[in-house]
Design a protein around this ligand. Structure first.
Ligand code: PEP
Ligand code: MN
Length: 336
């Protein structure tokens, strides 16, 4: 259930409500907004007598059940989450672009890419150091050496770093280097990993599973938030359908739908969403137009030589073009 406190509610009143919530067997999550505090009480069922009792407590404006199965990520709780990544903010009405190679390959490849995407206006550098590859014979990533190269690129360019953590055992190590930890599509329902990321004090970008419904996607985000980390961004990266002309089917309806259902920021990845370089720029424009808070695109200085995902990687000059092309759409965005 949600307990909306009155605008001037005191800390003592908030503490009292939290204690009552615990006595009733729920877990309280205090969400402090600019004007008022809301307390989400999460547990099994929202009992009518508990709601009535909390409604009449000092400092409480109203109490009502949360209707969605996902609770803490539901838009019923608050209108929008803004996530701070150093001096970059995602979800505050601005637009954030993350770009870089699929895999960190060499120092030259990463630095060339980082400098180019920074010059074109990207704010985060992406690059996989741990790669969840479909085939065990494909390149699996440079691991910690890849993380070190990402940190070096951050030093050089000022870009923040987003990189994937594949294994629960690597969470601490990746969190030492990354500004944002990425959960890949294949791990969207790796609940042990999601729980562990709940304890991390860095933002997490959760990618939608290959065949995950919106409800499953949001429930996975709920795992991370309910385990203590409120800074989760959602990434639509295409889902598997009968269509084989594209690598995945980019579900752009998911963007306004997620905005309707959840307060978490939404990022779109048109690179994995299409698998085709020629489709990345049109879909990037469309993603902005339907209300995304950010984009993630793969960029490689020499896509023909890329160790992974060359066919969907933009060349640096194409990325710069994309940045120019999306700008008018950023100004036109409207959130339903
Ligand atoms: C990636 O972004 O590097 C990646 C592997 O994407 P996904 O998990 O969406 O397939
Ligand atoms: Mn890739």
């Amino acid at each position: 259930m949600i307990i909306a406190m009155k605008a001037g509610a005191t800390d003592d009143q908030i503490d009292h409500i939290c204690n009552r919530i615990r006595e009733f067997g729920y877990t309280p999550h205090v969400i402090r907004g600019a004007e008022r505090t809301v307390i989400a009480a999460v547990g099994h069922g929202d009992k009518k007598e508990h709601i009535e009792s909390l409604k009449s407590a000092e400092g409480v404006e109203d109490a009502f059940p949360i209707l969605q199965p996902f609770k803490l990520v539901s838009r019923e709780i608050k209108p929008k989450t803004a996530i701070k990544i150093g001096d970059v903010t995602l979800g505050d009405g601005g637009f954030v672009v993350m770009a870089g190679p699929c895999s960190v390959e060499t120092r030259e490849q990463l630095m060339t890419t980082a400098e180019a995407v920074a010059a074109a206006g990207a704010k985060l550098l992406r690059g996989g150091a741990y790669k969840p590859r479909t085939s065990p014979y494909d390149f699996q990533g440079l691991e910690e050496n890849g993380l070190k190269l990402l940190a070096e690129a951050r030093e050089r360019t000022g870009l923040k770093v987003i990189t994937e953590v594949v294994n629960t055992a690597d969470v601490e190590l990746v969190a030492e280097y990354a500004d944002v930890l990425q959960v890949g599509a294949r791990n969207m329902q790796n609940f042990a990993l999601l729980k562990k990321l709940g304890a991390v004090r860095k933002p997490v970008m959760l990618k939608r599973g290959l065949s995950a419904t919106i409800k499953e996607f949001l429930l996975s985000a709920e795992y991370i938030v309910s385990h203590g980390n409120p800074d989760v961004m959602l990434c639509e990266r295409g889902i598997r359908t009968f269509e084989t002309a594209t690598r995945n089917t980019l579900d752009l309806a998911a963007v306004p739908l997620l905005n309707e259902l959840s307060h978490l920021p939404v990022v779109v990845d048109p690179s994995h969403g299409t698998g085709k370089r020629s489709l990345v720029r049109p879909l990037a424009r469309a993603a902005v137009a339907v209300g995304a808070d950010g984009l993630m695109t793969e960029v490689h200085p020499w896509p023909e030589q890329a160790w992974s995902d060359g066919p969907q990687s933009l060349r640096p000059e194409e990325f710069a073009e994309m940045m120019n092309e999306i700008e008018p759409y950023v100004g036109l965005r409207k959130r339903e």
